[in-house]
Design a binder for this molecule. Structure first.
Ligand code: MF3
Ligand code: CO
Length: 255
């Protein structure tokens, strides 16, 4: 598949999808507390998404069995919610969520502290989020996609963190995953040139230790090989003639 350029009408629908997802994330952020299960988070997330008249796009995607990916501590992404998997004070929990509004997808992730966490965990979360913002400084028409990737990776690596190589960001639109792939690290290949109307899910996945990851037997949950903590931060972003527009952040939506 090739990279799609969205029309003005499509951009409007992407904005609507983005706003609703930010709302869902804000509600989930308030919901996270010690003693709840990862399944509780998924149930509440699905209810929120459907309550807005939207469809959870992760549910049944390639067989994924939930609406929200809940990844705790050394789980990097795609954790499967479970009613017996509880979260406790000191954990960090990454919530990845997405929805479809009028045929258009949005995708975003946040990592939350459960109660008080270690300074090391807090630092990892802060740097991961900040690496996204370093990346989107380069999310401008005419730049190379690689410029975003390099900015994210170089920033995270400057703290000695491991940038996950086996998973990448992606284009997004009428499908959850469109071209191009968006690595979170510098590569020799320079990648395509950004154009107004591209919509991209930019999603640094950063490990406190080594970059290496492996998959659990459930075939979904990605964990760090060295069992170090991992954080994830993602937004759906629109490339414009000027500054990038973050479709899943800073929007105002009241159902
Ligand atoms: N944000 C993740 C991604 O972009 C969500 C996909 S999880 C899946 O790949 F369950 F839907 F696969
Ligand atoms: Co994504």
């Amino acid at each position: 598949m090739s990279v799609t350029i969205k029309s003005a009408r499509e951009i409007e629908l992407m904005r609507e999808a983005g706003k609703r997802l930010e709302y869902v994330h804000n509600k989930l952020a308030e919901f996270v507390k010690p003693g709840i299960s990862t399944k509780d988070i998924d149930r509440y997330g699905e209810e929120l998404i459907r309550g807005l008249g939207c469809i959870p796009n992760f549910l049944n995607y390639n067989g994924y069995p939930a609406s929200i990916c809940v990844s705790v501590n050394d789980e990097v992404v795609h954790g499967i919610p479970h009613k017996k998997h509880f979260i406790w004070e000191g954990d960090i929990v990454s919530l990845d969520a997405g929805l479809i509004y009028e045929g258009y997808h949005s995708d975003a992730a946040r990592t939350h502290a459960v109660g008080k966490v270690s300074p090391e965990a807090q630092k990892l979360m802060d740097v991961t989020k900040e690496s996204f913002f370093k990346g989107i400084e380069f999310a401008r028409a005419g730049n190379h996609l690689h410029d975003i990737s390099a900015a994210i990776g170089n920033y995270a690596e400057s703290f000695g963190y491991g940038v996950v190589r086996d998973l990448v960001g992606h284009g997004i639109g009428t499908s959850l995953h469109e071209d191009p792939q968006i690595p979170n690290f510098a590569q020799k290949r320079r990648g395509l040139r950004l154009q107004p109307g591209m919509t991209l899910a930019i999603e640094p996945m950063i490990n406190a230790g080594r970059p290496d990851v492996c998959w659990l037997d459930d075939d979904w949950t990605v964990v760090t090989e060295d069992e170090s903590l991992s954080a994830h931060y993602e937004n759906t972003v629109l490339i414009t003639e000027g500054d990038p527009e973050i479709l899943t952040l800073g929007t105002i939506f009241q159902p």
